[in-house]
Ligand binder design. Structure first.
Ligand SMILES: Cc1cc2nc3c(=O)[nH]c(=O)nc-3n(C[C@H](O)[C@H](O)[C@H](O)COP(=O)(O)OP(=O)(O)OC[C@H]3O[C@@H](n4cnc5c(N)ncnc54)[C@H](O)[C@@H]3O)c2cc1C
Ligand SMILES: *[C@@H]1O[C@H](CO)[C@@H](O)[C@H](O)[C@H]1NC(C)=O
Ligand SMILES: *[C@@H]1O[C@H](CO)[C@@H](O)[C@H](O)[C@H]1NC(C)=O
Length: 564
């Protein structure tokens, strides 16, 4: 009896303490890529099954509560641990893939189904988000739907044949979200679903297909005096923006993607079509599946239509650039702005290394001082902006600001802002060798902790001797640490990124403010949320996608075997 209590207690304890080292140890699964490793993974799994009677913790508890009676079946729980996952079995045999290609071709015509090698590689791996196994992590086929019915048809074919699917919109995401680690499957490219379906000007909303780019959308909306604020990487499209729960430079003033989605049309893994909501501004009609899909990284459903909120286009937009002797001084200015609740449109920090990269890469038509720099956007009626600029200039002066430059015209504003928008590409352009790699962290902390964590990160970067920088959306407490490194420094670079992430968690922050978890951050997620949270997400995944066909292996691990 004493043992029973001890067991129950230890279960409770493991639920209560989210971030202990022990419960974040991941079993290293060798998911079966070939027939051979598939067999070894089965025997590993069988071992666990024998040991645990099918449900590890549940079986322990129930066997004790049943006075050790064997074979007592545990009641189904509310979470699913990795050990208790049913094994997803993918059929990537030549004949199955050929069969799928034929069916997809008769659904979409041959012009919208391709197995071209270059296209397949470009759909799984980019310089800013490489796939772990390089060109091997690519889809077998890339397909181009035009309608929700097309997408539903594609899902039905893949579901019947047990073929994994990954959605693709702008391809600008980070963290390996697009890598097809099953080394085969179907990539669904939404670029031809790029229509604005309806603009409801009086209601301030718009209905779009997922392949609409936010930049295109905004240039269409501008003619109507309207504006859609989320602004992630140049080239991103609505489908990917919803799935990544993106934000961008406007989030300080306008919030993130989740705040701008009213309702979605979703195709589920088996091809069922679900509309999460119409266009009302509020609703308490059942679970919020819209919110569940936002930031789910394409693992729960395929977005085929979205109703988005809009706002009025600001009358005037101005950009200011201010440089500071130290990062600390720059962040001090940001703190004052945030604490005084000044509704500046955007506050972005680029450190000295990033400013050096901006000059060197040459995406901008001017030279900047290579010291920590804040980029501000002000928007609204002229008189309001004037007042804001006055206050910000004051704060900046108090923090020993070295120079403060304003845009006078719209062209100048765009030109100044260009330095911020191309900062990531500028950093990639200063790689010592073309084959060097790039890692980044996307930590977001409570604003009062920001100066400290950025300063500590700079010290760590210096100690490591690696080329790296801090930049980002400091108005939200969100900053990106980037590291450039040669293969020989891989371990050092990874350790540095992990260090920043752990420090962010210690400060009550998150490891991902906007880029998501993908493959790169999967293990660290447990340190932030605890294994119980991850097991609950796995349970939700299985409820909506029981065969684990949608973007498998992302956010958390799954168990799968592949027949080839
Ligand atoms: C230079 C640069 C700057 C960036 N700056 C920012 C920034 O400031 N803020 C920010 O948040 N991000 C930023 N990013 C990251 C990136 O732009 C965002 O994550 C963006 O939301 C991705 O959109 P996408 O259309 O490119 O998505 P993709 O890369 O095509 O896809 C992203 C994910 O969504 C899934 N997906 C795509 N379409 C669908 C669909 N129709 N249904 C279901 N799932 C789908 C994919 O499977 C994938 O998992 C930046 C990237 C770059 C390269
Ligand atoms: C895989 O697909 C092929 C072709 O459709 C089929 O003959 C085979 O039985 C499938 N394998 C399994 C395990 O279902
Ligand atoms: C549901 O989620 C969406 C997306 O985050 C949000 O815009 C909406 O307000 C939420 N609805 C409710 C009823 O909470």
């Amino acid at each position: 009896m004493r043992r029973t209590i001890a067991t129950a207690e230890s279960i409770l304890r493991s639920v209560r303490t989210p971030a202990t080292r022990q419960n974040c140890q991941f079993p290293r699964l060798h998911n079966g890529i070939s027939r051979k490793s598939a067999t070894s993974s089965t025997s590993f799994i069988t071992q666990i099954a024998v040991l645990a009677g099918g449900a590890l913790i549940g079986a322990y508890a129930s066997s004790f509560f049943n006075n050790g009676k064997k074979n007592a079946k545990a009641a189904p729980g509310s979470t699913t641990s990795l050990e208790n996952m049913p094994i997803a079995r993918y059929n990537l045999t030549e004949s199955n893939l050929r069969g799928a290609q034929e069916e997809l071709t008769s659904l979409l015509t041959s012009e919208r189904v391709t197995d071209d090698l270059g296209t397949r590689i470009a759909h799984s791996s980019t310089e800013w988000s490489p796939a772990p196994n390089g060109d091997l992590d690519r889809p077998t086929l890339v397909v181009y739907p035009l309608t929700t019915e097309d997408v539903s048809g594609i899902a039905k074919i893949c579901h019947k044949r047990r073929i994994p699917m990954i959605a693709f919109s702008g391809g600008t995401s980070l963290e390996g979200t697009l890598a097809m680690t099953t080394q085969g499957g179907v990539c669904i490219d939404f670029s031809r679903m790029n229509k604005v379906l309806a603009l409801h000007k009086a209601d301030l909303d718009v209905v779009v297909q997922p392949g609409v780019g936010y930049e295109d959308l905004n240039s269409q909306l501008a003619k109507e005096g309207l504006f859609f604020p989320p602004d992630p990487g140049p080239g991103a499209q609505i489908g990917g923006m919803i799935s990544q729960g993106c934000s961008g430079t406007n989030a300080y003033r306008y919030g993130t993607m989740k705040d701008w989605v009213l309702g979605l049309t979703i195709v589920l893994a088996d091809g069922s079509v679900v509309k999460t909501r119409h266009r009302p501004r509020k609703s308490s009609a059942g679970y919020n599946l819209t919110q569940l899909i936002v930031a789910s990284e394409g693992t729960l459903g395929l977005v085929t239509e979205a109703s988005l909120k809009l706002t009025g286009k600001p009358e005037v937009e101005k950009v200011a650039v201010a440089s500071f002797p130290t990062t600390h001084k720059a962040v001090e200015t940001v703190l004052k702005i945030v604490q005084n609740d000044l509704p500046v449109a955007a506050i972005e920090l680029l450190d000295d290394v990033t400013m050096g990269a901006v000059n060197k890469a040459g995406y901008c038509d001017k030279e900047y001082p290579e010291i920590p720099t804040l980029f501000f956007k002000f928007s609204g009626p002229e008189n309001v902006i004037k007042e804001q600029i006055k206050k910000v200039t004051e704060f900046a002066k108090q923090s020993a600001c070295k120079s403060f430059e304003f845009s006078k015209t719209a062209d100048q504003a765009a030109s100044l802002w260009q330095a911020r928008k191309t900062a990531l590409w500028s950093l990639l352009a200063i790689k010592e060798k073309p084959e060097d790699n790039f890692l980044s962290a996307d930590v977001c902390v409570p604003i009062s902790q920001m100066a400290d964590i950025i300063e500590e990160t700079h010290t760590k970067l210096e100690e490591s001797g690696l080329v790296g920088s801090c930049l980002g959306h400091v108005g939200d407490g969100n900053f990106h640490t980037t590291v450039l490194y040669g293969e020989h420094d891989k371990k050092k670079a990874r350790e540095l990124i992990k260090w920043v992430q752990k420090r962010g968690i210690e400060m009550d922050g998150t490891i991902s403010g906007e880029h998501g978890i993908g493959l790169e951050n999967r293990d660290m997620l447990c340190n932030e949320l605890g294994m119980g949270y991850i097991d609950a997400m796995r349970h939700v995944k299985l409820a909506l996608d029981p065969l684990c066909l949608l973007n498998p292996d992302k956010i958390f691990q799954l168990k799968f075997e592949i027949e080839r």
